[in-house]
Every structure is written in structure tokens, then in C-alpha cells.
Design a protein around this ligand. Structure first.
Ligand code: GUN
Length: 279
């Protein structure tokens, strides 16, 4: 069994990005990312803190905007307009989910596509869907990069993605098609999920249910990618995959911690550097 070490690969990507950031600094451009966080979702706080740390490691200036949970739509849209207009800001990230009273799609549509380092705006989603993305969707691109960097084949493989969200499942479907995989998206209404998962050469689990995917969902020799981040009652992190049960039959598997998460952040940094280089 091969352990797909996202932490190590992310570090390698970041070393390369450091050089690109320094080159731009030599040309008088300070790469910068604006990070907008609305409300006090604890997981979102953790993610945003980690993204800020990545910026710091790379020499990217991070501008952080912490807005109260009851922020109204006009205030948030006003901030995004201001960041769109600021030539010193290269990337804009609005951490999701937003509080329920805010229209997430309307807020995303307000972001200048040239600064949309999450690849969430309709323009960038459309470019991705037509096979010519400008920015890579962070978690999906991190997954593809991790698989390929470990020498594993995607072309011709049966990829089953258990997630249909705009952040993970749908953009990953596009990237996997671009890699010539045969793609299935499964979700909560899929009939016989276990049978569908057992067909996968590459199984991507992203449902948010602690250790739901045990060996009975996995074909022997499959590559297993765990996107899940769940808290145990003891406060520890657990994936969607029962690692100890699945690892013995998988050909390759991501750890719950140090797998997909660091790769997501590395691609975000790469997109930010690209946005600055393309300005
Ligand atoms: N919420 C969960 N994943 C993401 C992400 O990749 N970007 C943003 N902005 N919010 C998220």
C-alpha cells in the first residue's frame, strides 16, 4: 500500500512558489491575497488561519477581513468591490459557508474572475467546464496533482466521486474528464452506493460522515482519496474513510490528516501566485 503524502508534496509545491513570489518581489510586485471570513464558524476560522500561515511562509501578503456574523449583503458586496478595484490585491477568497442570510452565489458572482483564486465564479466554472480553466479548483486540483505525482494512472480508470458539491464533486468531475477518466458522481440519492463504490479504480470520499467507507465499499487494489474532515467526540480528526480497515486492501490511500488538506492550500497558493503573475 502506498501512502499518498499530501503534506510532503504541498511542501515541494510551496518551495517552488517561494521562488516565483521572490521573483515578482524583485520586479516590485508584492503578491497579495485578501481573505474574507464572515461569522464565527470554528472550522472556517481554522482553515483561514492555515491559509494565512501558508501566505506568510511564501512571502505573500495576506489581508484578512473578519466580519461579524450579522454583516448585511450590501456591506459584504461593498468590501468585494473595493478589493476588486485595489490593484495591490491579486487574489480574493471568501471563506464558505456564509451565514444563512447571505446569498452565497450572489456574493461569489461579485468577485472579479481575474482574482477568483478559488475558481468559484461562473466565468471560471464555465472555463473549467469547457476544458480551458484559468484557475484550478483547489481541492479537486490538489487531488489530481497528488495522484499523478505519485505515478498513478488516471486515464481510462473508473473514478467514483461521492460528492456533488460546487466545491469538490462537480469541479473534480471536470478535471478527471480532462484526464480521460470515466467518471461517476454518487450522492445521497444514489441507489446501492456500496456497489457503485466497489466499481471504482479511484474512489473519492467526501460525505462528511466519520469513517463511513470501510473495506466493504472498496475494490481490492483501488486508490482511495479521503476528503472528509470530521471531529470525533474526543475532539480528534477523523476522515470519511476507515483508514485502518481500507489501507490493507487499497493500492494507495491518503491519510485523513496530511493528505488532501495541505494540497488544497498549496493549490490556493499557486492560484494566488498565478493571479499576481497574470495581473
Ligand atoms: N469552504 C470549504 N472549502 C473551501 C474552499 O476551498 N474555499 C473557500 N473559500 N471556502 C471553502
Amino acid at each position: 500500500m502506498m501512502l499518498l503524502d499530501g503534506k510532503k508534496l504541498a511542501q515541494e509545491i510551496k518551495e517552488d512558489l517561494k521562488i516565483r513570489v521572490a521573483n515578482m518581489a524583485n520586479n516590485g510586485v508584492e503578491t497579495s491575497l485578501a481573505v474574507v471570513l464572515v461569522g464565527d464558524n470554528p472550522a472556517s476560522h481554522t482553515y483561514v488561519n492555515m491559509k494565512e500561515k501558508d501566505c506568510h511562509d511564501l512571502g505573500i501578503r495576506s489581508l484578512r477581513y473578519d466580519l461579524p456574523a450579522d454583516t448585511d449583503e450590501a456591506t459584504l458586496l461593498g468590501l468585494i468591490d473595493q478589493l476588486n478595484a485595489d490593484e495591490g490585491v491579486h487574489g480574493i477568497l471568501v471563506q464558505l459557508p456564509l451565514p444563512k442570510h447571505l446569498d452565497e452565489q450572489k456574493v461569489i458572482r461579485a468577485i472579479d474572475p481575474a482574482k477568483d483564486v478559488d475558481c468559484f465564479t461562473p466565468v471560471n466554472v464555465g472555463l473549467l467546464a469547457t476544458g480551458k480553466p484559468v484557475f484550478a479548483p483547489c481541492t479537486p486540483a490538489g487531488i489530481v496533482r497528488l495522484i499523478k505525482a505519485n505515478g498513478l494512472e488516471i486515464a481510462g480508470k473508473d473514478v467514483v466521486i461521492v460528492n456533488r458539491s460546487n466545491i469538490v464533486g462537480k469541479p473534480l468531475m471536470h478535471l478527471m474528464l480532462m484526464e480521460n477518466a470515466t467518471v461517476t458522481i454518487a450522492h445521497s440519492r444514489t441507489a446501492d452506493l456500496k456497489e457503485v463504490c466497489k466499481r471504482a479504480d479511484i474512489l473519492v470520499a467526501a460525505v462528511g460522515r466519520k469513517e463511513m467507507f470501510d473495506e466493504s465499499y472498496v475494490k481490492p487494489g483501488a486508490v482511495v482519496i479521503d476528503v472528509g474532515v470530521n471531529r470525533t467526540p474526543e475532539g480528534k480528526l477523523a476522515g470519511d474513510v476507515a483508514f485502518d480497515k481500507v489501507a490493507p486492501i487499497a493500492s494507495a490511500i491518503t491519510p485523513c490528516v496530511g493528505g488532501v488538506g495541505p494540497m488544497t492550500r498549496a493549490i490556493l497558493m499557486e492560484n494566488t501566485v498565478r493571479a499576481a503573475e497574470n495581473r
